[in-house]
Ligand binder design. Structure first.
Ligand code: ADP
Ligand code: MG
Length: 531
């Protein structure tokens, strides 16, 4: 299933995107963005995207990480200039110079990181910039009274005199929303407001959101949590890779279809790969190399069980943001668990740092090879040797001969091109950079290899080579955890597939000929419960 970049609601036969709520039907959109294109050096973050917001609706902006959601919001509020496209607010074409201008036009944004002053009172935060003044001076009592009224208008029972920092993040979010409403926002943008809230706090937030909707405010809501999106939104716009997939009524779009639209399928790429034999039931060792027992971390990932045996590839499937990377981070000591137990070769183990994991022969190859991985200014040799160096500690020199040997071995084995250890890594293609990164970690002779999106954004040839390498490593007895957004790839390589959603492991599938991507998508969409 592919969509052309600017395809507008492709598969909604009936009046695409007409708001669901009857009272909003005849209205004009309060915001209409058309053909929005935003480029950053080397990245087209948005390519001809449309978005319409109607008064009195909650509109979910959906898409995996990097799809362009935040960029679209920033294009609307004037944080980023657009390269093409128009923004019409209340029927008039507008270009905002920044968020302040957008706010003056009635468009307020509450970001994920609360953008308030910790040490000031709730009242001061709500009224910041709009203090009640008398004879030019701030009237503190008047300001506090006004703040109380604004809080009451949202049914928020928060003491205006209390210090902001004395409240939970959830309450701070509500204060931020209240502050946004002081200026009578007609459009309220919430970019992942619920990421760190618990269930009750989300309910409290939603009560406020519903109330604002009832008063005719258009709310643009970004969240990774499908459950919440279905609970609160009337319509949604789905983005993928900076392009518009479509605009839908929430009630008309089953979850499975939403997930498919968000993930997309790059079938044409996959068809070019040889049809690798599906890997069925591994001949695995007797004891898992690692075993997670109720391992979890508050605010990051809920407690999960996971075994990874030597010689086995365990795939992690789930939407971006579903907790796959967070799970991996607990397995290599980048984050510390606060509940549960991790066993390495049967031994209860606490991994406090990636270095400790390395000592237990557990390595992680990062998703973002540009920012956390490859150092572009260093040579291929230097990049590979970094792994050995990390293993030994930074102060112990690695003998030149040993380094040369290891580097030559992996350049050869992984087919790194150019096959020149002195080439500057930053000049290599993405696929070859990924191989250099793999070489770095393989040089430490890991027993468990955690691969986070190792084939993302690389060409088809390199992708096939990396897939083949992963299969080979497992055959030689390495335990591998393989994270990829491409379900086809996960299914091709994995013996077992752990499925993640909303920062929770919701199930596990044993791979086999009868297992298809649809099975995984169904599991993601149903959340592990029978839908
Ligand atoms: P989302 O909010 O959907 O996760 P973003 O809008 O943050 O996605 O990012 C869309 C794309 O644009 C990504 O590829 C991201 O790396 C890129 N991007 C976002 N902001 C910038 C920036 N300031 N400079 C360069 N690239 C950026
Ligand atoms: Mg974002």
């Amino acid at each position: 299933m592919t969509t052309s970049p600017t395809a507008i609601p492709p598969d909604q036969p009936d009046q695409p995107g007409e708001p669901d709520r009857p009272d909003a039907r005849d209205r004009e959109p309060v915001v209409a963005m058309t053909g929005i294109t935003v480029t950053f050096p080397g990245v087209k973050a948005l390519d001809g995207v449309d978005l319409r917001l109607f008064p009195g609706e909650v509109h979910a902006l959906m898409g995996e990480n990097g799809a362009g959601k935040s960029t679209l919001i920033k294009a609307l509020t004037g944080v980023y200039a657009v390269d093409a496209g128009t923004i019409v607010v209340d029927g008039t074409a507008r270009t905002f110079a920044g968020p302040a201008q957008a706010q003056a036009a009635g468009i307020s944004t509450v970001y994920q990181e609360v953008n308030l002053c910790d040490n000031l009172s709730v009242a001061e935060n709500v009224m910041l910039g709009h203090e009640v003044r008398r004879a030019g001076l701030v009237d503190f009592r008047g300001t506090r009274r006004a703040a109380r009224e604004h809080l009451r208008a949202l049914n928020l029972d928060i003491d205006p005199a209390s210090t902001l920092s004395s409240h939970s993040l959830a309450v701070q979010q509500l204060v931020a929303i209240c502050r946004a409403m002081v200026v009578d926002a007609r459009v309220l943008i919430l970019d992942e407001p619920t990421s760190s809230l618990d269930v009750d706090e989300v309910e409290r937030l939603f009560a406020v959101v519903r109330d604002l909707r009832g008063r005719g405010v258009a709310i643009l809501f970004v969240s990774h949590f499908l459950e919440q999106v279905y609970a609160i939104s009337d319509r949604m716009t789905v983005l993928r890779n900076g392009t518009l997939v479509g605009e839908y009524r929430t009630a008309d779009l089953p979850r499975v279809e939403l997930v498919q639209k968000m993930i997309g399928r790059s079938l044409e790429v996959l068809e070019q790969l040889e049809e690798a034999p599906k890997r069925v039931a591994a001949e695995r060792g007797v004891q898992p190399y690692v075993q997670a027992l109720g391992l979890g971390r508050k605010g990051s990932i809920e407690p999960f069980d996971l075994d990874v045996y030597p010689g086995e590839v365990v795939g992690l499937a789930g939407l971006l943001g579903s907790g796959r990377t967070e799970l991996a981070r607990l397995l290599y000591g980048a984050d510390r668990s606060d509940v549960g137990e991790l066993r390495v070769e049967g031994q209860p183990t606490r991994l406090r740092t990636p270095r400790a994991a390395l000592a237990r022969r557990i390595v992680y190859s990062s998703e973002s090879r540009k920012t956390e991985g490859i150092i572009g200014d260093l040579t291929v040799r230097e990049n590979i040797v970094l792994g050995l160096q990390a293993e030994r500690g930074w102060l112990r020199r690695i003998p030149q001969r040993k380094a040369d040997e290891v580097v030559a071995q992996y350049v050869e084995q992984l087919g790194i091109r150019p096959a020149d250890p002195d080439a500057i890594a930053g000049n290599l293609s993405g696929g070859n950079q990924q191989k250099v990164l793999l070489a770095r970690w393989l040089a430490t002779q890991p027993r468990l290899l955690l691969l986070d999106e190792p084939t993302r954004g690389i060409d088809v040839g390199a992708k096939a080579e990396i897939q083949r390498l992963v299969a080979e490593l497992a055959e030689q007895g390495m335990a591998v955890v393989f994270i990829s957004a491409e379900l086809e790839e996960v299914l091709r390589l994995s013996h077992r597939i752990a499925v993640m959603r909303d920062r929770r492991k919701i199930g596990e599938l044993v791979n086999g000929d009868d297992v298809t991507t649809d099975d995984v998508v169904d599991l993601i969409a149903s959340g592990g419960q029978d839908a």
